[in-house]
Design a protein around this ligand. Structure first.
Ligand SMILES: NC(=O)c1ccc[n+]([C@@H]2O[C@H](COP(=O)([O-])OP(=O)(O)OC[C@H]3O[C@@H](n4cnc5c(N)ncnc54)[C@H](O)[C@@H]3O)[C@@H](O)[C@H]2O)c1
Length: 271
């Protein structure tokens, strides 16, 4: 039993809800979970991208995932996403609150509407996912929640303070939920990716005047001098949702090539 759990990453048959599956880290995680035998229900507001993810997973693994168009800022829609998983499989084991959007703008230039939209998408969405998942996880005798924060959740950054605020908020919520619901067997962790090659970073690169310099700058801010991959992040989420992580909760785990470890000598501060 233990051996089998180890070989498979311990996700076989685990009913898992993942948000933001149309792209990047969410798509890679849905694929990793499907490969590991989890029963995946994915949500995203991008219906075309979400259906494309389901097709890619089916082509690659033969596994069918359920995709539901979902705006994670809507309580009604997040509740429906989680209920869909419970209706399909009878219970819930894991939730990955993954959706997030960046806002690269100094505070005096941020409108109230942009503040609300960024906080709603990045932080309220995590509150909603946890709010609707926790009663089901408790009924199942426990389970795992992973919230996608960022380096920006553990260090300040000059160029995207509203994003930083939302990601710091995720880590405070994660730690508090871990303490509050640990006695119910519910583990709640945050991951803190550094630069990861996804459409989010591609969009920033596209706005740079010198894309090679952008890459050198971004990779140069890490100790390992590299931009990570979505598959690497997916592996961490799979581990945290597996029984192998049974004693890990309330953690905010960097997966960032060492970027948040401290100042890199000669570090270039992004604009
Ligand atoms: N890529 C990085 O370098 C990096 C670094 C640190 C943290 N992160 C975090 O990882 C997470 C995923 O980022 P990514 O790089 O895969 O980005 P991405 O842009 O590739 O994917 C984000 C997904 O979220 C979906 N989405 C956005 N708003 C939504 C909403 N209101 N409702 C439902 N879906 C919505 C988008 O349609 C998209 O599919 C985010 O929380 C991000 O902050 C990314």
């Amino acid at each position: 039993m233990v051996m089998a759990a180890h070989r498979t990453g311990g996700l076989v048959g685990k009913v898992s809800v993942i948000t933001g599956v149309a792209s990047g880290i969410g798509r890679a995680t849905a694929l990793a979970f499907a490969r590991a035998g989890a029963l995946v229900v994915g949500g995203d507001q991008d219906e075309v991208g979400g259906r494309e993810t389901a097709r890619l997973i089916s082509d690659a693994t033969g596994v069918t995932i359920v995709f539901l168009p979902t705006d994670v800022t809507s309580g009604h829609e997040v509740a429906r996403l989680i209920q869909t998983a419970v209706d399909a499989h009878g219970h819930l084991d894991a939730l990955f609150n993954n959706v997030g959007v960046n806002l690269v703008r100094m505070v005096p230039d941020v409108t109230e509407e942009e503040w609300d939209a960024t906080i709603d998408t990045n932080l309220k969405s995590v509150f909603l996912g946890c709010k609707f998942a926790i009663p089901h996880l408790a009924r199942a005798g426990g389970g795992a929640i992973v919230n996608n924060a960022s380096n920006a959740g553990i260090i300040g950054r000059p160029g995207d303070p509203v994003y930083c605020a939302s990601k710091h908020g995720i880590i405070g919520l994660t730690r508090s939920l871990a303490l509050g619901h640990g006695p119910q067997g519910i583990r709640v962790n945050a991951i803190c990716p550094g630069p990861i090659e996804t459409p989010m970073i591609k969009a920033m690169r596209a706005n740079a005047s010198d894309t090679a310099a952008f890459d050198r700058n971004v990779a140069g801010q890490t100790a390992l001098k590299r931009i990570g991959t979505a598959d690497e992040v997916a592996d961490l989420v799979a581990f945290l949702c597996s029984d192998s992580a049974r004693n890990i909760t309330g953690a905010a785990i960097p997966i960032d090539g060492g970027k948040a470890a401290g100042m890199i000598p000669g570090m270039i501060v992004p604009s």
